[in-house]
Write a protein that binds this ligand. Structure first.
Ligand code: F6R
Length: 232
């Protein structure tokens, strides 16, 4: 879907996730690029989030992750690759700068996102209310544990905060593609796609999006069959 979108619009503006789930998606993009079938030369990317308190060149940052899985292998122009600057001292200013850059680029054409086991998208964690714009987030313990693999397996080394794209920016993307794999995501995928729309499960807000697609492997989709049977 992303490759097709890039071929249709070489100036595509993409929202991109980090994490374990999208690794095979990035490998596929790299393979297509290597076979000469995908040109990123004019594509613009905006990542969903970045840890705060890490230097810009810290290998544990999401910027470094993106370079490792995609940037190092395709012809993305570095001036068109955007992540929030987690090392900024004035995070409010940085958040405004990031949102303005997204607006100037014309908004996100396709936002590819993952889902946390607690239903978060980006780092929009379950809460009574969600922020529309880029903002500072205090990471939940479960989100720090889920990111420990980038920090030598030590959750306490994971930064306590991150800058995250807001739910408004994600929902304004023309198309949203939600990726989920593995049995550990089955229950939350079922709640997000078939349960009530609630800020307690941020991904459930995608139910009201005009053009949202969930791409699931069988394990992550397992709870959907159960949900359908329950309601039958
Ligand atoms: C990462 C992000 C997060 C992850 C989610 C799933 O940029 O925004 O919402 O997509 O935590 O992470 P994985 O894929 O590691 O299970």
């Amino acid at each position: 879907m992303v490759a097709r979108a890039v071929r249709q619009n070489p100036r595509l503006v993409l929202g991109l996730p980090t994490g374990r789930t999208p690794e095979s998606f990035y490998h596929a993009l790299v393979r297509m690029h290597r076979r000469g079938r995908l040109d990123f030369g004019r594509v613009t990317t905006f990542n969903l989030d970045e840890f705060t308190g890490l230097a810009a060149d810290d290998p544990r940052s999401y910027r470094a992750y993106m370079h490792r899985v995609l940037g190092a292998f395709v012809n993305l122009s570095t001036s068109r690759v955007h992540l929030p600057d987690g090392s900024a001292s004035d995070w409010q200013r940085e958040a405004r700068r990031y949102d303005n850059a997204i607006v100037r680029a014309g908004g996100l054409d396709v936002a590819v996102i993952g889902i946390g086991a607690n239903g978060h998208i980006g780092f929009n964690e379950p809460a009574p209310a969600l922020e529309a714009a880029t903002h500072l987030v205090r990471l939940r313990p479960e989100s720090r544990r889920a990111n420990a693999y980038l920090f030598g397996g030590r959750p306490q080394q994971v930064p306590t905060h991150a800058l995250s794209m807001g739910i408004g920016t994600i929902l304004r993307a023309r198309t949203v593609v939600l990726l989920a794999t593995g049995q550990a995501k089955a229950a939350i995928v079922a709640r997000a796609l078939t349960g009530p729309v609630t800020t307690r499960v941020p991904a459930s807000l995608l139910q009201v999006h005009r053009s949202a697609v969930a791409v699931l492997d069988r394990s992550a989709a397992a709870g959907l069959a159960a949900a359908a049977t329950d309601s039958a």
